[in-house]
Design a protein around this ligand. Structure first.
Ligand code: BDP
Length: 593
């Protein structure tokens, strides 16, 4: 559990040193790096250099590095400013996929499991002022106790009798990019500091809204709260570490209009002097789910947008601000009002920008790969078992802790396409969903399903039915004339059984940019466009539909396979973000005059 979930912030009392840039890098081909002392000694000057943040996989002209299963090592020098005496000094990793071990001068400082959430290590007794060697070992191996789940096997190595090489099996459809994927920072906090801030808003009486807040500190301290409007005017001051502040007639955070207020927390010493502060932005917005609607601020909201990936050429799955900003621009251009962070938590920078731009987000944990699409049970002792559940709970807590204050997050997605027909899936998801509800009663919950409405054992546990549908593609392949009939019957069956609003969280067809035909022909741009239109006709006549998320925003890398022509091509944009013809169909549909 990360004790410091707050996004790093620099101010009069808090300092940050950015550790991004080029780090030394070594692949641990046979897993003996630690035995050889890589954690303690300086890497040879012949070691490669890699950018942080980045996935390392596609950086080199080397298939073995791209496909390596196991450890890789990163190293750089770390200088702790001599002025940082009597401070709490932390190293913060925003995300390392999927396991990380951190050493400073050969001493193990911390370990982390899970590739998509931040963690910190405490530099505790390291004296400021010196030069140190920071070494990180990342491991991309996934088994059934991980999120996403995977299986480790091996195969005989060609040309070398008796030897084998490890194979990472995954039951999810994106390339297993690895490495230090998000920024690394050295942080200095006051010895006594703010550790967490939680903010909730809810309509009060008349035009007033209530802001409930709760502040945690590392030890007892006098707290001061300032609530500011978007212009920075202080509307309220309070002195308790938790409480409720009424705000008369605030400007609401709305889809497409990211109006943000600020709650500033200050800590004062006995003489009244401020020694720590933290500013958290938040928005006034409410969510309500009925049997047929998803309401934001009391008005029905219809999700238009995409399942996305954090994925780009060369850099893989890392935070890349240029790609991120461009993706936001394309979402706006096409008229999308929302996305799902399929299939894992996205960077904090993405979530903060979504807050500012009013982009609505379904925030997903990396519980993907828990399906084998056959009769082999997945939720059982040999596969997704109590250890998986323990980690799933941990990651759910971590995600809610990290993202709880984001107005953009309107729903938690606690899994993608699990084998929900398994009997054991029910108690499993009862635990995960129960924990999420305990931590956040203010947001609805979904688990995105691919099973049929009469099969699922978890539909009654969620608030919104989200389904991924591929009629005409994976199911009833090529039966284009039946898409509407099949889809309509299916969506109606979900609503009839559960009396909850329904959203299609994925629908799409692989399309190669530049392929054209005047006939109905798989992989052409015309096919993708007309495929989507058939789905849209169904959505438009079902009163309980609350959204459509096309799969996928852009083409993305997957493991190699006979069904993947250099990745998944269901993007409306190519991997380089060029629009396919269907982009115009969506733009016309989503930007209504
Ligand atoms: C769905 C998965 C998604 C895949 C998609 C596809 O949720 O991750 O990429 O299918 O096959 O089942 O394109």
């Amino acid at each position: 559990m990360n004790e410091h979930p707050l996004y790093p912030q620099e101010n009069e009392y808090r300092d940050i040193r950015d550790l991004n840039g080029l780090w030394r890098f070594q692949v641990d081909w046979d897993g003996t790096g630690e035995d050889s002392g890589w954690h303690a000694g300086k890497f040879p000057s012949s070691a490669a250099e890699v950018p942080v943040p980045a996935s390392y996989n596609d950086l080199f002209a080397d298939t073995n590095i791209r496909d390596h299963v196991g450890y890789v090592w990163y190293q750089r020098e770390l200088i702790i400013p001599s002025g940082w005496k009597d401070r709490k000094i932390l190293l913060r990793f925003d995300a390392v996929a999927h396991h990380a071990d951190i050493w400073l001068d050969g001493k193990l400082l911390g370990r982390n499991k899970g590739g998509f959430l931040p963690f910190t290590v405490d530099l505790g007794d390291v004296a400021p002022g010196g030069r140190h060697l920071l070494t990180v070992r990342a491991d991309n191996r996934l088994d059934w106790t991980c999120l996403p789940g995977g299986e480790l096997t091996s195969r005989p190595a060609g040309g070398c009798a008796g030897s084998s090489i490890p194979v990472q099996e995954t039951h999810f459809d994106f390339f297993n990019y690895s490495g230090i994927h998000r920024p690394v920072r050295l942080i200095a906090l006051p010895a006594v500091h703010i550790t967490d801030v939680s903010i909730r808003t809810a309509p009060g009486t008349g035009k007033a809204w209530n802001v409930s807040y709760d502040v945690s500190t590392s030890s007892a301290a006098e707290v001061e709260i300032l609530l500011m409007n978007p212009e920075g005017d202080v509307l309220h001051r309070a002195a308790a570490r938790s409480g409720t502040i009424p705000v008369e007639n605030p400007v609401l955070w709305e889809p497409g209009r990211g109006v943000l207020y600020t709650l500033e927390v200050r800590l004062r010493d006995s003489g009244g002097k401020v020694f720590d502060s933290y500013r958290e932005e938040f928005g006034f917005r409410s969510i309500k789910v009925t049997a047929t609607t998803f309401e934001i601020n009391g008005r029905p909201f219809y999700f238009r947008g995409f399942g996305k990936h954090e994925d780009a050429d060369i850099r893989g799955r890392c935070l890349d601000l240029a790609t991120m900003v461009h993706d936001f621009a394309l979402l706006k251009w096409i008229g999308a009002n929302s996305i799902r962070t399929s299939h894992y938590p996205y960077s904090e920078e993405f979530m903060r920008m979504a807050d500012r731009q009013g982009l609505v987000v379904i925030d997903e944990v990396p519980a993907v790969g828990f399906n084998m699409w056959n009769d082999v049970p997945v939720f059982c002792d040999e596969r997704a078992n109590s250890k998986t559940l323990e980690h799933h709970l941990d990651v759910t807590r971590g995600l809610i802790r990290r993202d709880k204050n984001h107005p953009c997050v309107v729903m938690w997605s606690l899994g993608n396409e699990p084998a929900s027909q398994n009997e054991a899936a029910e108690p499993y998801f009862q635990s995960v969903i129960g924990e999420a509800r305990r931590l956040d009663a203010s947001r609805p919950i979904t688990v995105v399903e691919d099973r049929w409405p009469d099969q699922t054992r978890i539909g009654h546990l969620v608030d919104v039915i989200c389904v991924n549908r591929y009629f005409g593609w994976y199911h009833h392949t090529g039966e284009m004339d039946r898409i509407e009939e099949l889809l309509e019957a299916d969506l109606r069956a979900w609503h009839t059984r559960f009396a909850k609003p329904v959203m299609v969280a994925e629908y799409g067809a692989d399309t190669i940019h530049g392929f054209h035909s005047v006939m109905s022909q798989f992989f052409t741009e015309e096919f993708q466009a007309s495929f989507l239109e058939q789905y849209h006709r169904v959505y438009d006549r079902l009163p309980f539909m609350v959204g459509e998320h096309v799969w996928n925003f852009a083409d993305f890398a997957t493991k190699q396979g006979t069904k993947r022509v250099w990745g998944n091509r269901k993007g409306i944009f190519t991997r380089q973000r060029h629009p396919k013809s269907a982009a115009q169909i969506l733009k016309q549909r989503w930007i209504r005059p």
